[in-house]
Design a protein around this ligand. Structure first.
Ligand code: ADP
Length: 426
């Protein structure tokens, strides 16, 4: 290119319009003295294909000589640069390719790619106008990131935040639930203590009253004396049962209670229990009907069965009307001994049928009308569970409640002497 008039002559292929425009700019700049002459200059021109123009401005009036290189030269240039000046120390880059480099034109056409893989973890910079605004990007290979970035690539924190919030909400809910339960339990325990005190006071007052009457000789007849004595015995039995229940319950709260089940004549054991209960039933004019299968046996703990039955019978008398009829049955059915206690009381509403077995739980209407501790049925359930049996309450067709206890591994003994542990009828 002549510095005098900007005339251009070229060897090789004809210069494209963009290259000619670029060289025209060079000429103007050289004439104005704006281009230092001591070093070569480079410019990338993008026509259809990118081309590289390199020239050296000359002093005075000497022609300006430029070299124009086509795109394959440019690609080769990038490869050479990467080979000569690696982005990472060779000790790191040797085993795995960490980084990929891409060069694209300003309109997004990829001119060079060091590898076919690409990753979302990349940065991009636009080069200046002389280099046609080429866009240079470097991407990090995700599988190599663990080795390169301490602690791995940062992950999206939203799931962790949402998870933490959910966890916090769940913990708060659990805490509130626990707090409510503790409140409820504290209230039930307070009711329990006042129930126990009341239950202890009533039989004690009776014993004292009839004891004093006897002591002071205020009884008018032998029959009255007998009645007073019967009441004292009966009330002291009630006291003993109550204390037994409380002791059993506190034992079971502290440690696991166990039973020792031995094959037992259940019909005889039940006769025995009902006989002992008769004075209390009679005092409320309650009659008891017994429907037992003869020779019914099952592996049971006699003391536990006694406690189960007395709790059920006590409830039947307590919640049912005076003069009612109780039906107590013990039947054999497919290796199961089924013992039922039926009363003519108010029955248990379906919504209470599951809850009455919980410790301290008392049906509100009954709690006001009758004394109690709310642990009787909890003990019944625990003892039945220890026998691997089942217990539930169901409504009777004719009104009242039917409490059912099922005990497994039952049999009908032909000969009662087979069972040395059988409880003799008292
Ligand atoms: P307590 O009798 O000391 O209240 P229990 O655990 O024995 O405690 O009974 C729990 C509740 O079940 C009683 O408060 C009562 O409301 C109800 N219940 C128990 N037995 C009967 C029954 N035979 N008829 C009606 N309700 C009953």
């Amino acid at each position: 290119m002549s510095p005098a008039d900007g005339h251009m002559a070229s060897s090789g292929s004809e210069l494209s319009a963009s290259v000619q425009r670029a060289l025209g700019d060079v000429f103007k700049a050289a004439r104005g003295g704006g281009v230092p002459a001591d070093r070569p200059h480079l410019r990338v021109v993008i026509d259809r294909e990118p081309q590289l123009v390199a020239w050296q401005a000359q002093k005075y009036d000497k022609p300006i000589i430029a070299v124009v290189a086509d795109s394959s030269f440019i690609t080769g240039t990038f490869e050479r640069i990467l080979a000569q000046a690696p982005l990472l120390p060779s000790s790191l880059a040797e085993t795995q390719q960490f980084l990929s480099v891409r060069v694209a034109s300003s309109d997004g056409r990829v001119l060079f790619a060091s590898s076919p893989d690409w990753s979302p973890y990349h940065v991009e910079r636009a080069l200046d106008d002389d280099l046609a605004g080429l866009r240079l990007s470097v991407a990090l290979n995700p599988s190599a990131a663990e080795r390169l970035v301490i602690g791995g690539l940062p992950r999206d924190r939203l799931p962790i935040l949402v998870g933490l919030m959910l966890l916090t909400a769940a913990l708060v809910a659990a805490g509130m639930f626990q707090l409510r339960r503790e409140h409820e339990l504290a209230r039930l325990r307070a009711d329990f203590i006042s129930g126990v005190s009341h239950e202890l006071r009533t039989p004690l007052a009776q014993i004292r009253l009839f004891g004093e009457t006897l002591l002071l000789g205020r009884v008018r007849s032998e029959a009255e004396r007998q009645r007073s004595l019967a009441i004292i015995v009966q009330e002291s039995q009630r006291l003993a049962r109550l204390i037994e229940n409380i002791l059993h319950f506190s034992r079971s709260e502290r440690s696991a209670v166990s039973i020792s089940a031995v094959p037992t004549r259940l019909d005889l054991l039940l006769h025995d229990i009902l006989d002992a209960f008769t004075p209390l039933a009679t005092s409320k004019r309650v009659t008891m009907i017994r429907l037992f299968d003869d020779g019914l046996t099952a592996p049971v703990d006699a003391a536990a069965i006694r406690q189960i039955m007395l709790n059920l019978l006590d409830n039947a008398v307590k919640y049912g009307p005076a003069g009612q009829q109780l039906t107590i049955s013990a039947r054999y059915h497919e290796k199961v001994a089924r013992v039922t206690v039926e009363d003519q009381g108010p029955g248990v509403a379906p919504e209470d049928a599951a809850r009455i077995w919980q410790p301290y739980y008392r049906v509100a209407a009954h709690a006001q009308a009758t004394g109690g501790t709310g642990i009787g049925l909890a003990i019944v359930r625990q003892l039945v569970d220890l026998h691997r049996g089942r217990v539930w309450v169901e409504p009777r067709e004719s009104g009242g409640a039917r409490f059912v206890v099922e005990l497994p591994d039952a049999a009908l003994a032909e000969d009662s002497t087979e069972w040395p542990q059988a409880v003799a009828r008292s």
